[in-house]
Design a protein around this ligand. Structure first.
Ligand code: SF4
Ligand code: SF4
Length: 100
């Protein structure tokens, strides 16, 4: 499953379901589930939109041979990306989003 949920953080707000461009992330019993993993193209939209950092993503093997996860969230005008390996942060990036 490409998208990983931290159940304790999820408030069932449905923002991830609404933004999923491949229409494959649906709330089931109040929890987001990727119903067809083959249709998930790892766009990170659900991870970034979650206001509670409840979602992370396992990168596909054609991108990373190591089992790493990626988290992302908005922090003011920035978007932060964190890469974790075995639950430990190994890289962190911060980009400013400029909207005209
Ligand atoms: S990573 Fe993109 S395509 Fe995959 S479930 Fe999330 S929003 Fe949908
Ligand atoms: S956006 Fe986050 S809190 Fe809202 S339903 Fe999805 S995982 Fe849960």
């Amino acid at each position: 499953m490409p998208v990983i949920l931290d159940e304790e953080k999820c408030t069932s707000c449905k923002k991830c379901q609404k933004i999923c461009p491949s229409n494959t992330l649906w709330l089931t019993d109040g929890r987001p589930v990727v119903v067809d993993p083959d249709r998930c193209w790892h766009c990170m939209a659900c991870v970034k939109i979650c206001p509670f950092n409840a979602l992370s993503l396992t990168l596909p093997s054609n991108i990373s041979l190591r089992k790493v996860e990626m988290l992302s969230w908005h922090d003011g005008k920035d978007v932060v990306f964190v890469i974790r390996e075995n639950g430990k942060e190994i890289e962190k990036y911060r980009f400013q989003v400029i909207c005209e």
